[in-house]
Design a protein around this ligand. Structure first.
Ligand code: NAD
Ligand code: TYD
Length: 352
């Protein structure tokens, strides 16, 4: 029990974090996964039901801003590696409330870096601080693809806060010799995604015959990756990545928002045995998101050639699985949308 390797995963009750925690807990019996999450509106212990009582999993409810808590975790468990996912993650919220994004994403990351540095000082061997970032730090690209050399050019408060945290991670590597890795991934989709993001929001609204709010003309492009493929990339990079490096992760799967929403409509119509075209009638073009990035597109050739990871789930299969999951987890949807989220959502749509 005591010779287990302790890995601290932050944000493990959120969407991507819960998939990463589940993968690590099941795949690595030699690890103890310390899952630190403050359970904001986006974090939910129901996302971790299957591994609730797993002996390799220890959930710690707490905030990455709480430096005393962080130091006490590093003291109690000799932590060998950190995989840092905790963040405020929704662009629309960041436009309404940038301060909260700066606090968690920038200051929270600095506190976590400080705690790791002070615990590992003089014994950096075998340690790793792995920061999970986003392709949004590169800004918006008209043609071609983001590579790891593309200059950082964040354009929303969310991406500005993530870009800042990326710089601090690299600064801790450079100034204090902390072993660090950063990966920057494209848009994820799949089970357990909070229904404020495009795909689960649309599924939820279709099921409830509510309007489907498409921002602007629906021509913005995103590169979509199934969340379990991202979790596998994180596993591969954590174990095989080189300190000081950045790795882009993407699905090579670009979709215009409107085409994606129409595809989802046809999947839902079939699954719910509705007449073809029923859900598409709900599509409603609404005022565009301010500063809406037009296109994200990732070149993932480095992680493919150097780490040996590649996306496994093709998009129609991943979307089918995702829709099936949301249809059979209506209770989860009701639970996660029953609290603070609805108040926010109503306010936001009144403001639009
Ligand atoms: P999410 O919003 O679903 O989950 C975030 C989790 O962090 C929640 O469980 C929340 O409770 C926790 N959290 C928030 N503030 C905290 C704090 N101060 N202390 C402790 N815990 C806190 O986000 P997600 O979509 O799972 O994204 C996870 C990470 O991956 C983020 O860093 C995000 O920037 C990055 N990312 C997301 C995507 C995507 O498409 N969702 C793509 C690329 C990168
Ligand atoms: P989102 O899921 O918020 O991810 P991100 O902004 O981080 O890429 O949005 C994905 C795309 O879908 C983005 O171009 C904005 C658009 N969108 C809508 O058109 N309607 C919506 O209700 C939402 C939430 C997003």
């Amino acid at each position: 029990m005591n010779d287990k390797k302790n890995i601290l995963i932050t944000g493990g009750a959120g969407f991507i974090g819960s998939h990463v925690v589940r993968l690590f807990v099941e795949k690595y019996p030699q690890y103890r996964i310390l899952n630190l999450d403050s359970l904001t509106y986006a974090g939910n212990l129901e996302n971790l039901r299957e591994i609730e009582n797993h002996p390799n999993h220890k959930f710690i409810k707490g905030d990455i801003l709480d430096i005393e808590l962080l130091n006490s975790i590093f003291k109690e468990y000799p932590v060998q590696g950190v995989i840092h996912l905790a963040a405020e993650s929704h662009v629309d919220r960041s436009i309404h409330n940038p301060d909260e994004f700066a606090m968690t994403n920038i200051i929270g990351t600095i506190r976590l870096l400080k705690a790791a540095h002070s615990a590992w000082h003089g014994q950096m061997n075998g340690k790793m601080f792995y920061h999970i970032s986003t392709d949004e730090v590169y800004g918006s690209i008209a043609d071609g693809y983001f590579t790891e050399q593309t200059p950082i050019d964040p354009r929303s408060p969310y991406s500005a806060s993530k870009a800042s945290s990326d710089h601090f991670v690299q600064a801790f590597g450079n100034s204090y010799g902390l072993p660090t890795i950063i990966s920057r991934c494209s848009n994820n989709y799949g089970p357990y995604q909070f229904p404020e993001k495009l795909i689960p929001l649309m599924i939820n609204n279709m099921v409830n015959s509510k309007p489907l709010p498409v921002y602007g003309k629906g021509e913005n492009i995103r590169d979509w990756l199934y969340v379990e493929d991202h979790a596998k990339a994180i596993d591969a990079i954590f174990h095989k990545g080189k300190s000081g490096e950045v790795y882009n992760i993407g699905g090579n799967n670009e979709w215009k928002n409107i085409d994606l929403v129409k595809l989802l409509c046809s999947i839902i119509d079939k699954k719910l045995e509705r007449a073809d075209g029923t859900s598409a009638k709900l599509i409603t073009y609404v005022k565009d998101r301010p500063g809406h990035d037009m296109r994200y597109a990732i070149d993932a050739s480095k992680v493919i050639s150097e780490i040996g990871w590649r996306p496994e789930t093709d998009f129609p299969e991943g979307l089918e699985k995702t829709v099936a999951w949301y249809l059979s987890n209506q209770q989860w949807l009701q639970h996660v949308t029953s609290g603070e989220y609805l108040k926010y959502y109503d306010k936001m749509y009144v403001n639009r």
